[in-house]
Design a protein around this ligand. Structure first.
Ligand SMILES: [Zn+2]
Length: 143
């Protein structure tokens, strides 16, 4: 637990949240600033800041909930798609420093298409195989 963490405050019942799911390890609640109606956050009860810190088992438990919540959100809001987003550290856009996964229902032509559309894929220059192999080797050395 971190006293200054807004998600830990929710875990402790010191702050309100619109909870959709909870068990002894994971909590899921509505994002206060939803990108679309139904935008839900899935959060481990224990305070880990980033993907680097969270144990693999805790991550596996969390993603089982991400899947269940995604199916429920899709049905609840009639989503045409689902974006699963997760950010680590300020440079990547992490605002609350308690690991969390965004479950964001999507609709064709929705307002966030223009952001996510340019975030990944053909908006970026294609890289030559040799350069991809080189960085792949560097990553493999660190696994
Ligand atoms: Zn926390």
């Amino acid at each position: 637990m971190s006293e200054s963490c807004s998600f830990c405050k929710i875990m402790l019942g010191e702050d309100q949240a619109s909870i959709v799911y909870e068990d002894d390890r994971v909590l899921a609640f509505m994002d206060l600033h939803p990108a679309n109606v139904g935008h839900t956050l899935v959060v481990p009860r224990e305070h880990w800041e980033t993907i680097y810190d969270i144990p693999e088992k805790a991550l596996a438990d969390l993603f089982a909930v991400v899947k269940r919540v995604s199916v429920a959100v899709k049905k609840a809001v009639g989503a045409e798609g689902m974006s699963i987003l997760q950010f680590n550290e300020r440079a990547a856009g992490q605002s609350v420093r308690h690991f969390h996964v965004h479950v964001i229902p999507r609709f064709r032509g929705d307002a966030i298409s223009k952001f996510i559309g340019v975030m990944l894929g053909p908006g970026f220059k294609k890289v030559e195989r040799q350069d991809l192999d080189e960085i792949a080797e560097k990553i493999k050395e660190n696994l």
